[in-house]
Design a protein around this ligand. Structure first.
Ligand SMILES: *[C@@H]1O[C@H](CO)[C@@H](O)[C@H](O)[C@H]1NC(C)=O
Ligand SMILES: *[C@@H]1O[C@H](CO)[C@@H](O)[C@H](O)[C@H]1NC(C)=O
Ligand SMILES: *[C@@H]1O[C@H](CO)[C@@H](O)[C@H](O)[C@H]1NC(C)=O
Ligand SMILES: *[C@@H]1O[C@H](CO)[C@@H](O)[C@H](O)[C@H]1NC(C)=O
Length: 244
């Protein structure tokens, strides 16, 4: 009986979504009974996990199972930046946005087995980076990402057109779509705070609309390596990159 009670107590402390995550990812430096003390894991005063940064940690798994993100109801920040040249292919769960607490989601240089379309339902998301992830896909419908400020999808294999609903997002500040295989013309970008639009090295064509350059905050526009016709106004912007 005593043995059973001890087991039960230990299990209660250790159980939960972070234990499930560790069972799947097998992070080398995670394991003690208190997830809030694990490297890269940050919690609030109520011991609710607010941030997971796998960057710089070694781990052998690559699947994030279901029922993790839905139970981490305060999780705002998730990042997996492959600085150690690990060779993992990430599979992301379908319920990634069920708790809808994520504000920042970032994966760098881990292969994604498929584009995580479920991310387009994270309506609080402000920052989305999926770069060097070997993604072969069309771009998603961005309509529900109405709080998005920073979108970085460069260095993948996205095909098809840049959807008009991306241009319709009103808080967009930075758009990195360079080094993909996107086609068609640019949509109209309505954001008045757009600072960076970098679409270099794609297969875009058509004529870039003058309106793009009337945005007061425009700091950098990159059009090189496409078949785009860029208006003369581009020359008046110090950081408008286009080989005439
Ligand atoms: C990505 O990781 C691979 C190892 O999986 C490494 O060879 C490559 O240099 C990394 N790429 C970048 C851009 O860091
Ligand atoms: C990366 O992992 C895949 C699948 O596990 C394997 O086939 C491949 O050989 C690995 N590549 C390197 C460079 O270790
Ligand atoms: C895109 O696809 C091509 C051809 O399959 C491949 O050689 C290249 O490495 C891919 N690029 C990226 C960034 O995944
Ligand atoms: C946007 O969210 C609503 C409400 O959750 C959903 O019904 C709709 O299908 C979503 N639209 C897109 C384009 O994802």
């Amino acid at each position: 009986m005593a043995v059973f009670m001890i087991f039960l107590k230990a299990h209660l402390i250790f159980a939960g979504p972070m234990e499930d995550l560790q069972n799947s990812l097998q992070v080398d430096s995670w394991g003690n009974p208190y997830p809030c003390s694990w490297p890269g894991v940050y919690c609030d005063w109520d011991d609710e996990v607010t941030s997971i940064a796998l960057s710089g940690l070694t781990f052998s798994g690559s699947i994030i199972p279901e029922n993790i993100f839905i139970n981490l109801i305060k999780l705002e920040y998730f990042s997996a930046v492959n600085t150690l040249n690990l060779n993992n292919t990430f599979t992301l769960p379908k319920d990634l946005c069920s708790a809808n607490s994520l504000i920042h989601f970032e994966i760098f240089n881990f292969t994604l087995d498929t584009f995580p379309f479920q991310l387009t339902q994270c309506s609080k998301l402000q920052v989305l980076h999926l770069t060097f992830c070997s993604i072969v896909s069309t771009l998603p419908d961005f309509t529900n990402l109405s709080n998005l400020k920073i979108l970085e999808l460069n260095h993948n294999n996205f095909t098809g057109v840049i959807p008009a609903n991306l241009g319709s997002l009103q808080y967009l500040e930075v758009v990195h779509l360079f080094n993909n295989k996107l086609t068609g013309n640019l949509p109209t970008f309505v954001s008045k705070v757009l600072e960076v639009l970098d679409v270099r090295e794609n297969l875009l064509d058509g004529t870039v609309n003058d309106d793009l350059f009337s945005k007061a905050s425009g700091l950098y526009f990159g059009f090189d390596g496409n078949l785009l016709t860029v208006p003369d106004l581009c020359k008046e912007i110090p950081f408008c990159v286009y080989v005439k």
